[in-house]
Design a protein around this ligand. Sequence first.
Ligand code: HEC
Length: 248
Amino acid sequence: MISKSDDTNNSSSESLGSMERAVMQDEQVQDVHAQLMREKEEPVEGFSPVPIVLMFFFAALCFWGGVYLVEHSGGYRWDAYSPDFDPTADAPKPVEISLFDRGAKIYRNQCAQCHQASGNGVAGVYPPLVASSWVTGHPEVVARILINGLNGPMIVNGKSYNGNMPAFGPGGLGLKEKDIAGVITYIRQEWGNAAPEMSEQMIAEYSSKYNSRSTPWSSNELKQDLGPIPEAVPTDDNTLDAEETAEL
Ligand code: HEC
């Protein structure tokens, strides 16, 4: 019995112990909860998309920024910050290059392989353009050569040549009238040559006369039936020479 009561005693003291332990555990649990409340939840892997409203907001912001830039940038003009800037004034017109400068380019691309960049040609094969009276003489002569080409024997600066000069008019390599006028102006005024320019109007006139001709000229024909030299026609207002262009 005693042993039994002992048992009971024992068990009651045991259950008391577990009660105390349970209380202890409650306190611990509350501690843990307090910690959790303080420290927020554990981060987890994953993503959260940008809210769609925010995307629209940014798109609208970019659009507005673009519109603002365009409207307030003074047309991206370099002088927009000058105190004299007048946004309502027309932007300066693009400057057209002179016939001579245009001709220099054409010459490099179309003629220099034969007549050389120096204009001296190749002895016995390609005649010189420097100091050649065919170049600097009557403008109709050189216009004929360029529009229809030239072949057969000829004498340039006292030396004889007998080759083929291709046509550059519509029946040949098809340069524009402006380009033909330019290249003729160039060879008449470069390397110390000093003949008047070949205006676009002059070449237009010669083209209407000779475009339909299908055979190249011979040197004998070149100086026959020349018309009167057209009076120097003033160049277009917007055609400036190199110096004027540099001043702008
Ligand atoms: C494929 C080579 C070749 C090309 C390219 C060429 N020429 Fe010629 N050129 C000749 C030859 C060859 C002659 C001489 C023709 C002859 O003997 O009858 C000549 C003659 C001339 C003459 C008359 C003779 C003289 O020396 O004054 C002029 C002007 C002339 N060329 C200008 C030009 C111009 C301008 C260009 C470019 C648009 C050009 N040539 C492109 C070969 C060429």
